[in-house]
Design a protein around this ligand. Sequence first.
Ligand code: NAD
Length: 395
Amino acid sequence: MHNTRNILRAGIVGTGFAARFHVEALRKVYGLEVVITGVYSPTEQNCRKFAKESGLECFSSLPSLINESDVVHVCTPPSTHEEIGVEVLRQGKYVVIEKPFTGYFGAGADHFSGDTFNRRTGLEAAIRSVQNLLKAEAASEGQICYAENWVYAPGIQKEREIIEKTGAQILWMHGEEAHSGSHSPFYGRWSFSGGGSIMGKAVHPLGAALYLKQIEGFASQGRPIRPVSVSARTHAVTRSPQFRNLGFIKSAYTDIEDFGSMHIVFEDGMFADIFASELVLGGVHNWIEITANNHRTRVNINPNDSMQSYNPKGTQYKDIYTVEKIETKEGWSNISPDEDWFTGYQSEIQDFYHCAATGGQPQSNSLLAADTIATVYTAYCSAVAGGKEEKIPVC
Ligand SMILES: NC(=O)c1ccc[n+]([C@@H]2O[C@H](COP(=O)([O-])OP(=O)(O)OC[C@H]3O[C@@H](n4cnc5c(N)ncnc54)[C@H](O)[C@@H]3O)[C@@H](O)[C@H]2O)c1
């Protein structure tokens, strides 16, 4: 029996991009008090800088931060998620784990290359890593909150309501996450990121698609409808000698793909097509379309036309944030007036803290995280076999 709590202490691990929007969202949680205990990063200078800018305490060790927190946010490169997540759960606490959940990072092997390693070895190791986290959760009073923000995007939650109230059957979904390249120095190296566009980007629309089929299953038969097979292709366009680099698209990747597509089949025979790339100009391109037996829905997370602004001179908007990763502020812009809300960050943290306070299970949980990683690493096996359909293992 979990006693409802009115105050929760939050600890943040990592001081990069994700840590910032977690702190922002934590400051807007309602219905209970959240006290941000502090932040930890192995680079003391970064930790101090981040702590000063956000008015937080910089912790000198991870164990001391975990000790003084009720909920720990893992905002670090994917290669570190398993170790930190298992430790937090071992201490009986809720852990918020950023996407991608976990994966295969070469196990520290010398000369590891994301281009050449055996995909089957990668799949088996990724599944083991997922299982270690699931085992730690099963033995813990805490739970895994999988930070898949697409689940909490307002359009996805509205679609959830439509599916639940109309008893819809989803026949086909297609969706994409793309932009013109990542800023993180860890992103382009498989040994930190665990993969390229499929791992870093496709997990978002994939997560939304898997979630909606889960919802349909719970509404129609009391259990989730899960993915059973995947066919995939990947390409490394910006590393191709044929690519003509005009400097608009980021191209500093070491051993990852910068394009991926997956065709996923669910246990009821219905399917989804998911695209991801680092090749698309015009800001973040995040959308999913749902074709059901009784309706059709398009969710435009970004860009969307909630606000459009025409600016004849780019410099006028130099101090104004418009929308993520747009190359220019000149001409028409689809401004996102409350981007954290449209991307689901705010509602995600709200759900996680409501659950941590009451002992509930979040919408975006370890089942979704596990199915996402099993699908991703099976997709890498398929891609190396030229797109052959591969069965997805159950974690
Ligand atoms: N949901 C989203 O929209 C979204 C957006 C951006 C990033 N992310 C995810 O958030 C995570 C972090 O990404 P980021 O862009 O903030 O990266 P980043 O490179 O900006 O920051 C990473 C941080 O982790 C710290 N770190 C590295 N190794 C560590 C370790 N062993 N222990 C503790 N801290 C360590 C680094 O010092 C740094 O502060 C990744 O999993 C990424 O995929 C999610």
